[in-house]
Design a binder for this molecule. Structure first.
Ligand SMILES: *Cc1c(COP(=O)(O)O)cnc(C)c1O
Length: 364
């Protein structure tokens, strides 16, 4: 049995290594994962009880419409309920977008390097991916708009960008939206939205009334600390949301995830604490890295791309042996950099100590 040609060339996504696997492989008792930008402080403590009380209902299918969470987010963001779509992580919405808008006859534009799911899902449906290089780690919106062709259906903007942490500001976004024809869907992936503290970061939801071709993606996986439960959502025009819903599997968000997300959303004090601690953690790196002679791109997410001036895969291995899982920049388009998730102050100190050793003696 031969799959479709575009599937033959598709590589399986390589996620950050799981903690248990690293413990076993390297004989370590403690391993810290700073590879997938999960929240080191975890979810709001209130989530735990909510999960325990929901789990007794496990025999029953979840609410396919995510009604409670829908109501909560509609109030929280002042958007209509039919402007929201929910999924098993925002990754799943990326898949919906590809299935609904892309095929062999279409093209789609994305920055490079950026989040790999845009291209992977475009490849899977046989669409042409037009990759536009970043400039100093940042989206080149000018060049991206210049690449628009007659068959372009979707443009992806990752803001802040994973893996570089740079962001597009309000003015840059508006200028771009003005240039893009209204038949092209602009996907604004704001997975790290809650971490951003820059005052000129776009208020993207304010643009939804003007640009019905804008779709904003957000998630409970990052600052809300629910990556393991999988809840992401999209906010856009009712028309786009309706089309995406047509390919959505009816019970795609499980009931524990829905309950946990509702409770997590209510605890904005926890979100605020995580945002603050993340900025403090970032400062720990900014202070130390220059001492080691390592460069970095200032980041607005909860991760930092650090140029360790040595082959990334070897630095990755070295950190792994010392109980830290990070992402090697090799597969992310930065062969001498590692991407590190900002951890607790102690975790940051620990990893900075290892990096300081590395700076002195290099990896052998
Ligand atoms: C983590 C991440 C996501 C995916 O989040 P899920 O909701 O867990 O699927 C989407 N986009 C970017 C840029 C991310 O870094």
């Amino acid at each position: 049995m031969k799959p479709k040609p575009q599937i033959m060339d598709l590589a399986v996504y390589q996620p950050g290594k799981p903690i248990e696997e690293v413990k076993r492989e390297y004989g370590l008792s403690e391993v810290i994962k700073m590879a997938s930008n999960e929240n080191p402080f975890g979810a709001s403590p209130k989530v735990k009880e909510a999960i325990a009380s929901e789990i007794v209902q496990s025999a029953y299918y979840p609410d396919g419409a995510c009604s409670e969470l829908r109501k909560a987010l509609s109030t929280f963001y002042h958007v209509d309920e039919d402007q929201l779509i929910f999924a098993n992580g925002s990754d799943e919405i990326i898949q919906f977008i590809a299935r609904v808008y892309l095929d062999e006859s279409s093209s789609t534009i994305m920055a490079s390097p950026s989040f790999s799911m845009y291209k992977l899902n475009a490849d899977a449906v046989g669409a042409e991916s037009i990759e536009v290089p970043l400039i100093d780690g940042k989206h080149d919106l000018q060049a991206m708009a210049d690449q628009i062709k007659n068959n372009t259906k979707v443009i992806w903007i990752c803001n802040p960008n994973n893996p570089t942490g740079t962001y597009i500001n309000e003015q840059e976004l508006t200028a771009f939206l003005k240039r893009v024809p209204p038949e092209i869907l602009v996907v604004l992936d704001e997975a790290y939205y809650e971490y951003v503290t820059a005052s000129d970061y776009p208020q993207s939801l304010d643009h939804l009334s003007t640009y019905s071709n804008l779709l904003v993606l957000r998630t409970f996986s990052k600052i809300y600390g629910l990556a393991g439960l999988r809840v992401g959502y999209g906010i856009g025009s009712p028309k786009v949301i309706d089309f995406l819903n047509r390919v959505r599997e009816p019970f795609n968000v499980n009931r524990i995830a829905q309950r946990a997300a509702c409770v997590a959303l209510e605890d904005q004090a926890h979100v605020e604490m995580c945002r603050l601690k993340n900025r403090e953690g970032m400062e720990q790196y900014y202070r130390k890295l220059p001492e080691f002679g390592f460069d970095y791109i200032p980041s607005h997410g909860n991760f930092l791309l650090v140029d360790v001036k040595q082959p990334a895969d070897r630095v990755f291995e070295y950190l792994l042996r010392n109980g830290f899982i990070v992402r090697s920049g090799q597969s992310l388009g930065y062969p001498t950099s590692i991407r590190v998730t900002i951890g607790t102050p102690e975790q940051n100190d620990q990893i900075l100590n290892i990096l300081s050793e590395l700076a002195m003696k290099g990896v052998s």
